[in-house]
Design a protein around this ligand. Structure first.
Ligand SMILES: [Zn+2]
Length: 269
């Protein structure tokens, strides 16, 4: 094998970019001195006959990798944790292998990870959620942390698309529709069963007045195919546009959070 000349400070092979914890060594992470931890929440649950169970995890992982890479290239010190692949799917349980932990368990997982972040010297955490079953647990964990000392300040990234961004999706859907199909066509086209694309049924509430209330939707009744809406206008171009827009918003958030000092008035001026 030919001898390659070592350049000082050069990242060793394997580290895709600084801040991707799964690909870093202990020496690299110590030298990196992260300011903020990024915790992606994925899910493993059915997404119709055309998308794989790991759809949510693939999407949130790609979004976070792009966002963290961009933020760190611009001077942030964000450390990306691996995505949690099993989260809350209580309302999807009538479908096979909708992998799930309880809402209280997920909340405790978030609390434990936050506490461990503090022990590792991290004072700021950004949660990026890729699954609709998780907001309740995220918000409950944030409320619980607000009453605790010696825990990091936890943000939940919710509004990532830049102002004025024109969503290219023509057929909105809550699950497994044009948006998720387009994202997967960009991220992992090999996993999209394009011959199965069609319009998947979406159930209407028994009375339109039900739209005035929040309730947990039994997924097998709401979306009998485990995906909903028209998917035939999906494209990798649309998926790329949306994920890149969200990644830009995430990069902006991470740069701001990374450089902000946590003092007695944080997060205010
Ligand atoms: Zn999904």
């Amino acid at each position: 094998m030919a001898k390659t000349k070592k350049k000082p400070g050069r990242r060793p092979a394997g580290a895709a970019f600084p801040g991707l914890l799964e690909e870093m060594t202990v020496e690299e992470v110590r030298a990196f001195k992260p300011e903020v931890a990024v915790l992606p929440l994925g899910s493993t649950e059915p997404h119709g006959p055309h998308l794989p169970y790991g759809t949510d995890t693939w999407q949130v992982t790609r979004l976070c990798r792009l966002g963290v890479e961009r933020a760190n290239a611009r001077g942030a010190k964000a450390l990306l944790y691996p995505a949690l692949p099993i989260t809350n799917n209580a309302n999807v349980r009538k479908f096979p292998f909708a992998l799930r932990i309880g809402i209280r368990t997920l909340m405790t997982v978030i609390l434990d990870i936050a506490k461990q972040c503090w022990e590792d010297g991290i004072r700021k955490v950004v949660i990026v959620n890729g699954h609709g079953g998780n907001p309740g647990a995220i918000m409950a964990a944030q409320r619980e942390l607000a009453g605790m000392d010696e825990v990091p300040f936890v943000f939940w990234a919710t509004d990532l698309k830049p102002e004025g961004f024109k969503d290219p999706m023509e057929h909105p859907s809550d699950h497994g529709g044009e948006s998720e199909t387009s994202r997967m066509l960009w991220i992992r086209p090999d996993l999209v069963r394009t011959h199965k694309l069609r319009e998947f049924p979406v159930s209407e509430p028994r009375d339109p007045a039900f739209k005035r209330a929040q309730y947990v939707r039994p997924w097998h009744l709401y979306l009998p195919a485990s995906a909903g809406g028209e998917t035939r206008k999906s494209s990798a171009r649309k998926g790329k546009a949306v994920i890149e827009a969200e990644a830009e918003g995430l990069a902006e958030l991470l740069m701001a959070v990374s450089k902000a000092r946590v003092d007695g008035r944080f997060p205010y001026k």
